[in-house]
Design a protein around this ligand. Structure first.
Ligand SMILES: Cc1ncc(COP(=O)(O)O)c(C=O)c1O
Length: 421
C-alpha cells in the first residue's frame, strides 16, 4: 500500500495554512474603512490616500508615492511619465506577468524580452546589456516572487547606456537592498521609479490598487498628472493627456491597515524563507532561489525554487507538484514566459511599432531566453506567501513532504506527466 497521498495514502498535512488576507487585518481595515466612509471625502487625494502614499514611500525609503488603480496602471503611469513612446524599446525579463510587457505596448513602445539569471530567476544584467540597441530607452527589472534582481548590475548597465530603470516591484513590498554606498534602500526606490501592485493575492493588498514610488519630485508630479486625467499638479507644470487611474479613500483605508501589519509579517516570512532556504537546499534536486548577500530583507510574494527532474529519477515537475499538493502543501508552477502566454497576441494595426512581434517573426514566441524556458517550463515551483506566515514547524512540513516524496520517487516515476497548475 502506497504511503503517498496522491496514491491514496495519508496526506502529510491536513491542517489549514494561514488565511490571506489575514482576519486581524480585515478587522482593522473595517474600522478604517468606516472612518473613511463617514469622513465625507471618498476620493481625490483624501487624507487616507495621502497618509498611505507618504507612509508606504517612507517604509520603502523613497521620497514620493503616487497611488494608482493597479500594478498595471502603475507601470503605464511610470512609463508615460518617463516619456516612453512610439518605437522606444524597453527591456523586460521573459519571465514575469504579462503586464510588465503589455504596459510597454500601451505606450506604443516595444518590449524586448531578455533572459533571467539562473540563480535568482530575475532579469540578468548581461542578457539585458546584450539586447540594447540605439532605440532602447529603459529597463524594467522584476523582483520575481521571492527574489531580487541584481540592482547594482542593472543600474550600472543603465548608467553605461543612459537608460532609465523602472522597477516592477509588484511582488516585493518591503524588500531591502544594500546599495554600493552602504545604505539599505527599498525595492522600488532603487531606480527612477518603482511600481507596486496591491491586487488581492499580494502581500499588501486592497483587493485592487497600486503605487508608483520615486525619489524625483518632477517625475512624481508627472505620474500624479497622468493618473489624474492629465491635470497639472502645480503651477507651472504642463498638463498632459492622461487617464483616470486614481484610487478611493476606501482602498487607501484598507492599505493603511495592511501597512500597519506589514513589518511584522515581513519579519515572519523572511525568517521562514531563510529557514526553508537552509532546509530545502539539503535535499537532492531542490534549489531555492539564491538570496543575494546584498538583500537585507526579503519580501516574499511566493517562495520559488528550481526542481531538477534528473535528480528525481526523471519524475517530471508536474507529477512532483501534484504529489506535493496531495500531501497538503500549497504549491504551483509559476508564470509561463510572457511570449508563450495565451494572451500574448499582438495585432499589427494596434501596435504598429511592435513589428518584431509579427507572428511570423521568431521573436514572437521564441526570443532568445533559454534560462527562462528551462526554469519556467520544467523546473519552477512556487509556494505562495501565506505558507510563510505560519510557524517554523508549519514550514518544516514543506521539507517533510518533499523528503517523503523523494523517498517514494520510484512510485512517482511510474506515473504519467500532468498539466502544471
Ligand atoms: C510582476 C507583476 N507585474 C505587474 C503586475 C500587475 O499588477 P495588477 O494585477 O495589480 O495590475 C503583476 C500582477 O500580478 C505582476 O505579477
Amino acid at each position: 500500500m502506497s504511503r503517498l497521498a496522491i496514491n491514496g495514502g495519508e496526506p502529510l498535512r491536513t491542517k489549514p495554512w494561514p488565511a490571506w488576507p489575514r482576519p486581524e487585518t480585515a478587522q482593522r481595515a473595517a474600522e478604517l474603512v468606516s472612518e473613511a466612509l463617514t469622513s465625507g471625502k471618498w476620493a481625490g487625494d483624501g487624507p487616507m490616500e495621502n497618509a498611505f502614499a507618504e507612509r508606504f514611500a517612507r517604509f520603502s525609503r523613497a521620497r514620493y508615492g503616487v497611488c494608482v488603480s493597479s500594478g498595471t496602471t502603475a507601470l503605464q503611469t511610470a512609463l508615460e511619465a518617463a516619456g516612453i513612446g512610439a518605437g522606444d524599446e524597453v527591456i523586460v525579463p521573459g519571465l514575469t506577468w504579462i503586464a510588465t510587457a503589455s504596459a510597454v505596448l500601451s505606450t506604443n513602445g516595444v518590449p524586448v524580452f531578455t533572459d533571467i539569471d539562473p540563480e535568482t530567476f530575475c532579469l540578468d544584467a548581461e542578457s539585458a546589456e546584450a539586447a540594447i540597441t540605439p532605440r532602447t530607452k529603459a529597463i524594467i527589472p522584476v523582483h520575481l516572487s521571492g527574489a531580487m534582481a541584481d540592482m547594482d548590475a542593472i543600474n550600472a548597465v543603465a548608467a553605461r547606456h543612459n537608460l532609465l530603470v523602472i522597477e516592477d516591484a509588484a511582488h516585493s513590498h518591503g524588500s531591502l537592498w544594500r546599495c554600493p554606498d552602504g545604505e539599505a534602500r527599498g525595492a522600488g526606490a532603487l531606480g527612477l521609479a518603482g511600481c507596486f501592485s496591491f491586487q488581492a493575492s499580494k502581500s499588501l493588498t486592497s483587493g485592487e490598487g497600486g503605487i508608483v514610488l520615486t525619489n524625483d519630485q518632477d517625475f512624481a508630479d508627472r505620474c500624479w498628472s497622468y493618473r489624474n486625467v492629465g491635470r497639472a499638479r502645480r503651477e507651472g507644470q504642463e498638463s498632459v493627456l492622461g487617464f483616470n487611474y486614481r484610487i478611493s479613500e476606501v482602498q487607501a483605508a484598507v492599505l493603511l491597515a495592511g501597512l500597519e501589519a506589514l513589518e511584522s509579517e515581513l519579519a515572519t516570512r523572511d525568517a521562514n524563507g531563510q529557514y526553508l532556504n537552509r532546509r530545502l537546499a539539503e535535499l537532492p534536486g531542490i534549489r531555492p532561489a539564491r538570496r543575494d548577500p546584498r538583500v537585507v530583507r526579503q519580501a516574499y510574494y511566493g517562495y520559488i525554487l528550481a526542481y531538477d527532474p534528473e535528480a528525481w529519477d526523471g519524475v517530471p515537475r508536474s507529477r512532483f507538484l501534484k504529489a506535493l499538493q496531495a500531501e497538503g502543501i500549497r504549491a504551483a508552477g509559476g508564470f509561463v514566459p510572457v511570449y508563450r502566454m495565451e494572451y500574448w497576441r499582438i495585432r499589427k494595426e494596434r501596435f504598429p511599432f511592435a513589428s518584431r512581434y509579427d507572428p511570423s517573426s521568431p521573436d514572437y514566441h521564441e526570443p532568445n531566453c533559454p534560462v527562462v524556458n528551462r526554469f519556467s517550463l520544467e523546473q519552477q515551483v512556487t509556494i505562495p506567501h501565506p505558507v510563510l506566515l505560519g510557524t517554523q514547524d508549519d514550514v518544516e512540513d514543506v521539507t517533510r513532504a518533499v523528503e517523503k516524496l523523494y523517498e517514494q520517487r520510484d512510485e512517482l516515476a511510474q506515473q504519467p506527466a500532468l498539466a502544471v497548475q
